[in-house]
Design a binder for this molecule. Structure first.
Ligand SMILES: [Zn+2]
Length: 236
């Protein structure tokens, strides 16, 4: 059986890249699905629209009331000055009605002015909310384009890495694979460590002369005397 150390080390490098790419893919999916900035801008826009509508309705209603009162006043005045009504009591009633209509009109006009000012104010708020929403949507669209491109690239990369992984796996004994799989979760996903200058490159501990000799022989899998990782020596 050929020495398995190099292949195990390559397997570890693929697995590390794979998990990094999968993590980024998760992040991208999350970003694409929940965009807080758009949601906030959309909520502000909806609120501004909801705020404006009843005020516009009120103004229209006041305009109609004002119009009706004006017509009623004009009709009463026409009748009063027509000379057709002679009864003083009836004349007095008509004058009272006209006075009352004038007061009502003045009151309506005041409310109308207030209402129109409120509409104008809410229209400004709405225009600002709309502009903010448009700007955020544009930004997100650009960002999304990049993210979607990146997602496509990462998905292709992951597929390639998985193919490489199965190719490598075919060159490993089930025993080495089992050892790798057992050590992987125990050694923070790095069960294989390079052996350089008689030292384990992960934990930094120098190995005994006897162990070093065994490792350099590249025949069997030897573990670091300190951290328990498989030490792989790669001659230059
Ligand atoms: Zn070590």
């Amino acid at each position: 059986m050929t020495y398995q150390g190099d292949t195990l080390y390559q397997l570890q490098q693929i697995d590390l890249t794979l998990s990094q790419q999968q993590k980024r893919l998760q992040e991208i999916r999350h970003l694409l699905e929940n965009n807080e900035a758009v949601q906030t801008a959309q909520a502000a826009l909806t609120a501004a629209q909801a705020d404006l509508k009843p005020r516009q309705t009120l103004v229209r209603d006041l305009e109609l009331q004002s119009q009706a009162a004006k017509e009623k006043q004009a009709a009463a005045e026409t009748r009063l000055y027509s000379g057709q009504v002679k009864n003083p009591r009836e004349l007095q009633d008509m004058q009272n009605e006209i006075e009352s209509l004038k007061r009502r009109l003045a009151d309506l006009d005041e409310k109308l002015l207030e209402g129109m000012a409120a509409v104008e104010e809410k229209q400004t708020v709405l225009a600002t909310a709309q502009a903010t929403f448009d700007a955020v949507a544009r930004q997100v669209e650009e960002k999304y384009r990049d993210l979607v491109e990146e997602r496509v690239m990462i998905e292709a990369r992951i597929t390639r890495l998985q193919t490489d992984r199965s190719t490598l796996g075919a060159n490993l004994t089930s025993e080495s694979l089992r050892l790798y799989d057992t050590l992987k979760p125990q050694k923070a996903n790095r069960p294989i460590s390079l052996f350089t200058e008689n030292t384990c490159s992960v934990c930094g501990i120098e190995q005994t002369a006897l162990l070093a000799k065994e490792i350099r022989r590249r025949e069997t899998l030897i573990k670091c005397r300190n951290c328990g990782r498989i030490l792989v020596y790669m001659p230059k």
